[in-house]
Design a protein around this ligand. Structure first.
Ligand code: SAH
Ligand code: SF4
Ligand code: F3S
Length: 446
């Protein structure tokens, strides 16, 4: 009986790879006989999958832990136990420090060891407290992970992890470890299983996904363009995407793949971080503004309709008004369909945190506001250019209102249509009627 089963609750605080990891942890818990719950009060085990990228993200975990502890206490009074697990990049970065601030935590597990969850949970049930597992083991965690059968028309698949780039502001090389590419056969196998459980679109994930260099079955090294080509041969896959890319790894094969592979969507997320060569050098980004612009030009030459997205940081130490204006200028030149922009956040242990010329928060806020206003204008203009046009939409979720479903255009815009759930998992031609700042609305061409 389901009622007898133990329940797990899991919440993601981070990037798409963090969301993917949460899915794999859910697979583990289901294999262990647990069922998922969206109600924390019901949960025998709570897993918070955390993010360390900016101070705000990391601090959010501690306020959440305060809330979880209250629920744990209430459950205990009712004679029920609850294990609290902190997983992800804060777990990796802070380890034992977490139990000092939040002693109610039972298990701390990093992004490279969560395949050991069953063993860690057993130890906790055996009475051990404050278990910390933040190794970078030799073994490949993917070989030890069960694959569940969660159904979604659009799925993530991690193909590459870690990072050797060491941008001076970034914690990822420390929280995720060195760069590692999964072998092609393992990825093909996972993709086939995702398709069998209903996926039509797969987004390949990596901290530096275009640095992918996995082993092909014949022993040769396979780069991302070739991997995309191989996955495109799987029957049932209609759409492929990849994220996040680094400009220094944007090779010609990958660029022309956007012309040659019909399943590869015309959308690219390519962070540039800053529009001044001086700041890019201080960030250790390994590319200059001119390199970035050359890649964009080349991409648009082979695929004129490609939609571009990016990440930008304002207020990196030493950033002057002139440097910031160069960022605005680069945005103005490229014209992005979408973008994520952040105030620089000083992270413990990173080289940039030790730089003297830290920028006052008020200046960062003002720059962010100016930049975001400009990005928003570009996003609106991009969306509005689709009014009256017809786009193929892959429907992947129910809308908030009954009688409405939501899908994605090739350019990753959310598209709302008044249709029933029977269209989920299908691609239909949609005539766009209204274009808002964050989404489109339309009607299916029957
Ligand atoms: N691997 C990806 C990015 C990972 S983090 C890449 O290399 O592009 C996602 C984004 O967070 C980064 O692109 C950057 O814009 C932002 N970011 C990372 N560290 C930051 C920090 N210390 N302060 C503010 N933003 C940061
Ligand atoms: Fe961080 Fe830079 Fe690596 Fe991206 S490339 S994960 S920003 S160190
Ligand atoms: Fe955050 Fe870790 Fe992803 S720090 S952005 S969850 S890799």
């Amino acid at each position: 009986m389901t009622d007898q089963k133990k329940r797990f609750y899991i919440k993601s605080f981070g990037c798409q790879m963090n969301v993917y990891d949460s899915g794999r942890m859910a697979d583990i818990m289901e294999t262990e006989g647990y069922v998922a719950t969206s109600d924390m009060e019901d949960a025998d085990i709570v897993i918070l999958n955390t993010c360390h990228i900016r101070e705000k993200a990391a601090e959010k975990v501690y306020s959440e832990l305060g809330r979880v502890r209250q629920i744990k206490d209430a459950r205990r009074e009712a004679g029920k136990d609850m294990l609290i697990t902190v997983a992800g990049c804060v777990a990796q970065a802070e380890g034992e420090e977490i139990v000092k601030r939040a002693p109610a935590v039972d298990i701390i597990v990093g992004p490279q060891t969560y395949h050991r969850l069953p063993e860690l949970v057993a130890r906790a049930h055996g009475g051990q407290r404050h278990i910390v597992d933040t190794d970078f083991p030799e073994e490949d965690k993917f070989k030890h992970l069960p694959l569940g059968s969660r159904r979604s028309p659009s799925a993530f698949l991690t193909v590459q992890e870690g990072c050797d780039k060491f941008c001076t502001f970034c914690v990822v090389p420390y929280t995720r470890g060195v760069e590692f590419s999964r072998p092609v056969a393992e990825i093909v196998d996972e993709a086939e299983r995702l398709v069998a459980s209903g996926a039509r679109e797969i987004t390949l994930l990596g901290q530096n996904v275009n640095a992918y260099h996995g082993a092909a079955p014949d022993g040769a090294t396979c780069r991302l363009a070739a991997l995309l080509e191989r996955l495109g041969q799987i029957e049932g896959i209609e759409r492929l995407r990849y994220t996040t890319s680094h400009p220094a790894d944007m090779d010609e094969d990958l660029i022309v793949a956007h012309r040659d592979h019909p399943k590869l969507m015309p959308y690219l997320h390519l962070p540039f971080q800053a529009g001044s060569d001086r700041i890019l050098a201080a960030m250790n980004r390994k590319h200059r503004v001119a390199d970035y612009l050359a890649i964009i030009e080349r991409l648009r030459a082979v695929r004129p309709d490609i939609a571009l997205s990016t990440d930008i940081i304002v207020g990196f130490p030493g950033e002057t008004d002139k440097d910031f204006e160069a960022t605005l200028k680069l945005v103005d030149t490229v014209k992005f369909a979408q973008a994520y922009s952040f105030k620089y956040s000083s992270r413990p242990g990173t080289p940039a945190a030790r730089l003297e010329a830290q920028i006052p928060d008020a200046v960062k806020s003002e720059r962010l506001q100016v930049l975001q206003a400009q990005l928003k204008r570009q996003q609106i203009a991009f969306n509005q250019s689709f009014a009256g046009r017809t786009l193929p939409v892959l429907f992947d979720r129910l809308g908030r209102n009954a009688g409405q479903i939501v899908g994605r255009s090739p350019y990753l815009q959310a598209v709302h249509v008044p249709e029933g759930p029977e269209l989920l998992g299908t691609i239909a031609e949609v005539e766009i009627v209204t274009a808002g700042p964050n989404s489109l609305e339309g009607v299916v061409n029957h």
